[in-house]
Design a protein around this ligand. Structure first.
Ligand code: KIV
Length: 271
């Protein structure tokens, strides 16, 4: 019988070693027990309980409405499934900006109530006080720069960030600031590949890209996008590994047909 203790877990330290050795880091979102079981058993290095749950699980247009309680519910479900992957949980909008004590309280709730391994939050210098306070409690922090979806109403669109020199320079400075503060890794979302490469080369912590090209230390995707469950979202950076929307819909249609035609259940499917 194998127990959790037999499995070599991925830690924040493992990710640093992977950057040093040049092994790319795989990261994918998950929000529930059943899918997290599959992701973990597939050998994913990092599972992100992303606030994209607000979109793909709850149907909101943005990531802003999801609450801390809801994130903890998703995170605890994922944690119950995972034996090997490092589980990182997003701090939702409004739980860490502007008040570093509240940021620490939010991070502690995630760690205590879900038993997650680390938190992620969006932003650079403007949230550095919150990052410092969370780190001072021994909670590992992953940063997130570039397109930060919690600021969508400031940006106005989901287009590529940091194409202009000023924003690119600020992003590199922020990446260095997060590294100096003690973040163990950084997500860089939807920025030019050349800039992402420069960021990955400028800092010693892993840079995990989404829509940021291949010259970074790892890649992250949203599960529902890469499985083709969610058909409407098709940015250039997305590689679809399945067309699950149509496959699952086909199964539902088949079941409806079998029920209506009295084909289901048959003799062997009853007592
Ligand atoms: O919430 C999320 O899924 C994310 C990824 C897009 C990196 O933050």
């Amino acid at each position: 019988m194998s127990t959790h203790k037999d499995v070599k877990r991925v830690t924040t330290h493992t990710l640093l070693e992977m950057k040093e050795s040049g092994e790319k880091i795989s990261m994918l979102t998950a929000y529930d027990y059943s899918m997290a079981t599959i992701v973990d058993q597939a050998g994913m290095d990092v599972i992100l309980v992303g606030d994209s749950a607000s979109n793909v699980m709850a149907g909101h247009e943005t990531t802003l409405p999801i609450t801390l309680d809801q994130m903890i519910y998703h995170a605890a479900s994922v944690i119950r499934a995972v034996k090997r992957s490092l589980v990182v949980v997003d701090l939702p909008f409004g739980t860490y900006q502007g008040d570093s004590k509240e940021a620490l309280r939010s991070a502690i709730r995630i760690m205590k109530e879900s038993e997650a391994h680390a938190v992620k939050l969006e932003g650079g210098r403007e949230v550095i006080e919150s990052i410092n306070r969370i780190l001072s409690a021994g909670i590992p922090v992953m940063g997130h720069l570039g397109l930060t979806p919690q600021s969508i109403y400031k940006f106005g669109t989901y287009t590529v960030r940091a194409k202009e020199e000023d924003e690119a320079k600020r992003l590199i400075e922020d990446a260095k600031l997060l590294e100096e503060a003690g973040c163990f890794a950084l997500v860089v979302e939807k920025v030019p590949a050349k800039l992402a490469k420069k960021v990955a080369e400028s800092i010693s912590i892993p840079v995990i890209g989404i829509g940021a090209g291949g010259d970074v230390d790892g890649q992250v995707l949203v599960m529902h996008d890469m499985l083709g469950i969610n058909k409407e979202f098709s940015p250039r950076f997305l590689r679809r590994y399945h067309n699950l929307f149509d496959e699952i819909k086909g199964s539902f249609e088949h079941y409806i047909k079998d029920v209506k035609s009295r084909d289901f259940p048959n003799e062997s499917e009853q007592y």
